[in-house]
Design a protein around this ligand. Structure first.
Ligand SMILES: C[S@@+](CC[C@H](N)C(=O)[O-])C[C@H]1O[C@@H](n2cnc3c(N)ncnc32)[C@H](O)[C@@H]1O
Length: 258
């Protein structure tokens, strides 16, 4: 860590790195993390930025709009993105309260794959699996996967200090299908960017995920909740708000108890 700190100091970035998770106006954050955790994610975000350039949001959003118009898809397919910062904050919060179980990360509705790449840099999941129905977004995510496969081992080896807990390198997998058709295997964490999902859809999806989750599986939903989850089987944390591309959705974190 000493070398990392002197490098940041040399580049005049240390103060900024220490404040990586400082609250943005409108965010409601449940906890603060120490400087080392802030610095670690500040540096990992630089690796994330190697995979996605500044135009990536416009490209994915325009592809999505065009394909939705052509296929006359409903609003539930509206595009939006997580950011590395928001997802790493959520993971640190989960880890501060419970150990994550071994297994896979799922992003149900994975767009251009930003949450997949983020998750693969945050925690040594076995696999980070995205399910996306739109061809154009699936292809964008496949391209990033190729770049990841070519570079990630070197990036981890060159940054051992911030990947200390990485005994394995997560495998990225993209599935082009409807969320409801995807087989969820050995899930450690499931992300559902559910802001545009209605109550009926959440009930159907909830029923599927109740069956396919294990004890210890974490499910993260945004804006919408699973109102039909059996409260004896799941814990639900007090919601908070963190910045996403479309605003400050409420973050619901479920953990399967039995
Ligand atoms: C708000 S975006 C989130 C993208 C990604 N999870 C991220 O964080 O960057 C939701 C994505 O879910 C996809 N989607 C919505 N409904 C879906 C369905 N039933 N099956 C597969 N993908 C779906 C949309 O096409 C869109 O790319």
């Amino acid at each position: 860590m000493n070398k990392i700190i002197s490098n940041l100091l040399l580049n005049n970035e240390l103060e900024k790195a220490k404040k990586y998770f400082d609250r943005i106006e409108e965010e409601i954050l449940p906890t603060k993390f120490d400087e080392n955790i802030n610095i670690q994610h500040y540096l990992k975000e630089k690796i994330f930025n190697f995979y996605y350039n500044k135009e990536s949001w416009d490209i994915a959003n325009n592809f999505s709009k065009k394909e939705r118009e052509e296929k006359k898809l409903s609003e539930t397919f509206t595009y939006g993105e997580t950011t590395y910062r928001s997802l790493s904050y959520i993971f640190e919060y989960i880890k501060s309260e419970n150990n994550l179980i071994d297994g896979n990360f799922y992003d149900l509705g994975s767009g251009a794959g930003k949450a997949l790449i983020s998750a693969s840099l945050i925690f040594p999941f076995k696999k980070c699996i995205g399910v996306e129905l739109l061809d154009s977004l699936f292809l964008l995510s496949e391209n990033v996967k190729e770049k990841y496969n070519e570079n990630i081992e070197k990036q981890i080896n060159e940054n051992k200090e911030i990947f200390k807990d990485f005994n394995n390198i997560p495998i990225i997998e993209n599935i082009k299908d409807d969320i409801l058709n995807a087989k969820i295997i050995n899930p450690s964490v499931i992300l559902v960017c559910s802001t545009m999902f209605d109550e009926n859809y959440m009930n159907i999806l909830g029923e599927k995920l109740e069956k396919e989750s294990n004890v210890g599986t974490i499910i993260i939903t945004l804006t919408e909740k699973f109102n039909k989850f059996d409260i004896n089987n799941w814990s639900l944390k007090k919601p908070f708000k963190v910045k996403f591309s479309w605003g400050f959705p409420s973050i619901y974190i479920y953990r399967k108890l039995k």
